[in-house]
Write a protein that binds this ligand. Structure first.
Ligand SMILES: Nc1ncnc2c1ncn2[C@@H]1O[C@H](COP(=O)(O)OP(=O)(O)OP(=O)(O)O)[C@@H](O)[C@H]1O
Ligand SMILES: O=C(O)C1=C[C@@H](O)[C@@H](O)[C@H](O)C1
Ligand SMILES: [Mg+2]
Length: 193
């Protein structure tokens, strides 16, 4: 049972999964990606939503998010998980440190071009519209906002680690290391959604 969690929120392709996994390794913490938990339990999201509809996806996603926030120290949420009112209430609680990852449309466009596994995202125009609609919620819930546009992941990781140190987060006690200075090659994550 995690007594406090570090939670990554933000629009699609902002880097929540990559950053969350990397920081959890660094902090030697347990880690969950709610999109991955969903697809493990219910099948691929890009097949589930067209078949069952978004409301059913959101209902099941909420169950997964509630359990993940209870059970894991570092959690990357699906991009739209913050739409749920109970999840918003959970994230407002002090024991959760909420990191909002954002990126510019130009950076996102480069990341999503040629991908077909994001059911609610047909291109950069729909990404911008989705982000604009959700921005007030993302901003309200965030304790720290990090822009990941055209920045290597190691810099993003360092920004978050510095914030945890500055705020005396209990999560940081196992992180005795220096700043990261390079990225390590990693397996592409997004195809598993
Ligand atoms: N800082 C970055 N620089 C370049 N590419 C990045 C960066 N961060 C993430 N990416 C790439 O962008 C894509 C999306 O990253 P990731 O899956 O971590 O985002 P996400 O916020 O979890 O997205 P989703 O909403 O789909 O879960 C991946 O292909 C990843 O390799
Ligand atoms: O932004 C969204 O609404 C979504 C983002 C993804 O992480 C998945 O949770 C799903 O594709 C929905
Ligand atoms: Mg993700």
């Amino acid at each position: 049972m995690a007594s406090m969690s570090l939670v990554f929120i933000g629009p699609p392709a902002a880097g929540k999964s990559r950053a969350g996994k990397r920081i959890a390794q660094r902090l030697k913490s347990s880690y969950a990606d709610t999109d991955k938990l969903f697809s493990r339990d219910h099948g691929a999201i890009h097949e589930f939503i067209p078949r069952e509809g978004e409301p059913e996806f959101r209902r099941l996603e909420r169950e997964i998010v509630a359990a993940a926030l209870r059970d894991y120290e570092v959690v990357s949420l699906g991009g739209g998980a913050i739409l749920d009112a109970d999840t918003q209430r959970d994230l407002e609680r002090d024991e959760h440190t909420v990191i909002l990852l954002v990126a510019s449309p130009a950076a996102i466009e480069e990341r999503i071009t040629g991908r077909t596994n994001r059911p609610l995202l047909s291109g950069i125009d729909s990404w911008i519209a989705t982000y604009e609609t959700r921005k007030p919620i993302y901003d309200r819930l965030a304790d720290l906002t990090v822009d990941t546009s055209f920045r290597p992941m190691w810099q993003v990781v360092n920004d978050v680690r510095r914030y945890l140190k500055r705020t005396n987060s209990p999560l940081v006690t196992r992180d005795q290391g220096d700043d990261e200075t390079h990225d390590t090659p990693e397996v592409e994550e997004t195809a598993e959604q």
